[in-house]
Design a protein around this ligand. Structure first.
Ligand code: ZN
Length: 417
């Protein structure tokens, strides 16, 4: 009997080969189907663009909105359907209207899956300053070269074709494009935002160079405990330069504290808000709120979270309150010995009369003397001519002066009449 070993080994090996080939076929098939789906996606995009353009055509521009190629309120109708902002809807309508009207062959290429939506966008952006005639020439030149190996190469081909078709218009196009310069803020995730700027190319490069130079200098001379990355330093430097922020002068912030009034001084885990941004985590809100330059604005909310009232008066921040209570260690009414830690922080010139929430306009007043100074019939007049020095004029015209705590002699100044 022949030993079967050899043929078993051979058939094992061929089974392994078959399995590997089947696996490769499976992957090949998957990649093929991804390609087919990408082409179908492009065709679906083309279909959507045609519908959007048709809609724009049914809402023609009126004389009131010469800048639009369609009625300026049409995006609001579309926004509801797409569940996007009216600005986004308007942008999509404008793109669709322009692509369908001016780039018919590129639209066909999108339908056939030769181009994808991003490539069509690059082309449409590149031809936006051109006449219809020039646009048609650019379209022809670009499409003759196919989709290119990636989107960057396709975009570059679009710009080259524009330069080719309209070399003389380059300066004018640049001037026109640069009129659209802007800075925009895009709220992001987890207490970050993106600040973006469309700038003349040389200005953008100058800013970038400057950030690099400053970052190089900081990296060369910094302490060991400055562990920031180069990107972080560049970002910090940008903010420092625009706002004038320094370690000694942090950014002021009008923190909107969404809390019941009882929690105001404790500031628990409730999120705060930066106006125009939205909620931020409690520990970041706390850091902002504790800065000496920050003011607080109370937002009273009901148990379901609906806003009841935004205080028109800004509350002194804890840092301001600490400063005022250390400067004047008791209620500043002449003769009152109530410790400052058990007082209100009073605006010397009332907030309602334009008095700012800064320490030179703040002083500790106990509840009784708070009421006394605002007495409707017999008011006392209070001034703060110097930080921490208060002059009082009684209803009968007698004047008193109260001085701040003297940290050299340790004495409490006595009121002088
Ligand atoms: Zn008092």
């Amino acid at each position: 009997m022949p030993a079967p070993t050899r043929s078993v080994e051979a058939s094992d090996a061929s089974r392994v080969r078959d399995a590997a080939a089947a696996f490769d076929d499976q992957v090949r098939d998957l990649l093929y189907r991804i390609g087919v789906r990408a082409a179908a996606l492009a065709a679906a995009h083309a279909g959507m663009l045609r519908l959007l353009a048709e809609f724009a055509g049914l809402r023609p521009s009126t004389e009131a909105d010469p800048l639009f190629s369609f009625d300026m309120f049409a995006p609001e109708e579309l926004a509801g359907v797409l569940r996007v902002s009216a600005t986004t809807a308007g942008g999509q309508m404008g793109f669709a209207f322009s692509a369908v009207r001016r780039l018919p062959r590129a639209m066909q290429a999108l339908e056939g899956g030769v181009l994808d939506l991003q490539r069509l966008r690059s082309l449409e952006t590149a031809v936006s300053p051109l006449t219809d005639e020039q646009t048609s020439q650019v379209e022809e030149q670009v499409l003759a070269g196919g989709p290119r190996r990636n989107r960057g190469a396709f975009g570059a081909a679009c710009r080259r074709a524009v330069l080719n078709v309209d070399p003389g218009g380059a300066a004018e196009r640049a001037a026109e494009r640069r009129k659209g310069r802007h800075v925009r803020l895009y709220p992001g995730d987890d207490a970050t935002s993106t600040l973006s700027a469309l700038l003349p190319a040389e200005d953008a490069a100058a800013c970038d160079n400057q950030l690099n130079q400053i970052a190089d200098e900081i990296i060369r001379t910094r302490d060991a405990d400055d562990q920031r990355t180069r990107d972080q330093i560049r970002a910090d430097t940008l903010v420092d330069r625009i706002t004038g922020r320094t370690p000694l002068r942090p950014l002021p912030c009008d923190v909107q504290v969404i809390v019941p009034i009882t929690a105001l001084l404790g500031l628990g885990e409730e999120p705060g808000e930066i106006p125009g941004f939205g909620p931020i985590p409690a520990d970041i809100a706390r850091d902002l709120a504790m800065r000496p330059t920050s003011t607080w604005r109370r937002m009273l909310v009901d148990p379901l979270g609906a806003l009841i009232e935004v205080a028109d008066r800004r509350h002194p921040s804890p840092a301001q309150v600490r400063h005022v209570r250390a400067r004047n260690r008791t209620c500043v009414h002449p003769g009152c010995t109530r410790r400052a830690t058990r007082t209100d922080t009073d605006h010397t010139t009332p907030y309602a009369a334009g008095g700012p929430t800064i320490v030179v306009n703040l002083g500790p007043l106990c509840l009784k003397h708070h009421r006394l100074r605002h007495h409707p019939d017999r008011p006392w007049i209070v001034r703060q001519p110097r930080p921490g020095t208060f002059t009082w004029t009684s209803p009968l015209g007698t004047r008193f002066t109260v001085h701040p705590h003297d940290y050299i002699t340790g004495e409490e100044h006595l009121p002088a009449g």
